[in-house]
Design a protein around this ligand. Structure first.
Ligand code: SF4
Length: 386
């Protein structure tokens, strides 16, 4: 965790505050209505900061329109971040209302110009940010790593593997960018060193963390992919770092399958933080995978029913843990560790379902309507009746 806290509207990043969830739109920002709509969907799903592409004059002009829609729709406190590459230094100067309406800028030092222009353009963005009191994320991405710096470091480190030099160059790019930014009076800085290979990304963040810059770190595995691959790779990478106390804000970048909602990446962040015990968002169901001892599909159906019931009827019970177990092997034990647990009879077991509350046997259910009886016990527990 960082020593410095960066404030973005009411959101606090770093300094031991809760890990903040971020996401990014994939609409054309110039289409301000569609973009505002997607921002609202992401915010409703739980994204605490939303980033949008600002890549051309049309997108820059759309930002104030988006802000108005968000404010009128009741999202005044939602921080909006502008993602700049190549032309951020001119857009921020040419569109002052856009510069004002954004709450944070993301700059990629590898994409701000080459040679002499690199430092000039980067410094110009930092100067505008400092004048307007806007935080900046210095977002290094290995796909667009500063090639001049990489060449310099490759030449100076011929004994090390290319991979090691690239990781070191990612971190060096962040450190040099901090120096330039601070020279312009910028002190609200967030850092990221995103890579697409999990072990490299983890090493880059560990190395950056060891430099003790004091600035918060935004974690993300870039180009993680879609579906199970994207989810598992991102979760594994972020979990390794978060478990070491590295990271203050996260994004799980997923390529949505055609027609899939963008909000999936927010749901993934929430589940990751909850699974790591870092934040609570929703009641959780512990269920076994089922096996040859599971008598029928009844166990799967009950698990699904309980999950839906909790989300629909008790969404605010964020600490609640309910166990649904498929047989006597681990059922009673696991059930006792949950707030409420039920152990369904497996194959050849007596047709009874013991229910445990706070580790003690509460009742043994029998008959045809075990699901209804169990949900009633859950509802009573939440209402403080049993
Ligand atoms: S609790 Fe029982 S049904 Fe569930 S996985 Fe374990 S042995 Fe199988």
């Amino acid at each position: 965790m960082s020593t410095k806290i960066v404030h973005i509207k009411g959101v606090k990043i770093g300094g031991g505050n809760a890990i903040v969830i971020q996401s990014m739109t994939n609409t054309d920002t110039a289409d301000y209505k569609a973009t505002a709509q997607q921002i609202i969907e992401l915010a409703d799903a739980g994204s605490e900061i939303v980033r949008i592409t600002v890549n051309n004059p049309e997108a820059a002009e759309a930002v104030p329109e988006i802000r108005v829609i968000l404010d009128e729709a009741g999202y005044k406190d939602l921080p909006l971040v502008g993602d700049f590459h190549y032309n951020g230094h001119t857009l921020l100067e040419d569109y002052p209302q856009m510069a004002q309406d954004l709450d944070k800028y993301r700059i990629n030092p590898g994409n701000v110009g080459f040679g002499d222009k690199h430092e000039y353009n980067f410094s110009k963005i930092c100067k505008i940010a400092a004048q307007l009191h806007k935080p900046v994320r210095i977002g290094i991405n290995w796909g667009s790593l500063d090639q001049d710096l990489l060449t310099e470091m490759m030449d100076a480190n011929t004994d090390n593997s290319d991979r090691e030099v690239i990781i070191a160059a990612m971190v060096e790019s962040a450190l040099r960018s901090i120096t330039l930014a601070e020279k312009e009076g910028l002190t609200d800085i967030i850092l990221s060193v995103k890579m697409s290979e999990l072990p490299d990304m983890v090493r880059a963040y560990e190395l950056l963390h060891s430099k003790n810059t004091g600035y918060p770190l935004h974690l993300g595995l870039t180009e993680a992919g879609s579906g199970a691959k994207g989810l598992i790779s991102s979760s594994a990478a972020l979990a390794i770092l978060l478990n070491q106390g590295i990271g203050d804000t996260i994004r799980i970048s997923l390529t949505p399958k055609p027609g899939e909602s963008r909000t999936q990446e927010v749901a993934a962040c929430k589940q990751l933080l909850q699974s790591l015990g870092l934040r609570q968002f929703a009641p959780q169901v512990t269920s076994c995978p089922g096996c040859g001892r599971t008598g029928s599909n009844f166990f799967q159906e009950l698990t699904d029913l309980v999950e839906k019931h909790l989300i629909t009827n008790h969404p605010t019970q964020k600490d609640l843990k309910v166990a649904v177990m498929g047989c006597v092997v681990n059922g009673p034990g696991e059930s006792k560790h949950a707030d409420i647990g039920i152990s369904i009879p497996g194959k050849m077991e007596k047709p009874i379902a013991p229910v445990y509350i706070a580790g003690k046997l509460h009742k043994t259910l029998t008959g045809e309507n075990i699901p209804e009886q169990f949900l009633k016990i859950v509802d009573d527990y939440v209402a403080g009746i049993n």
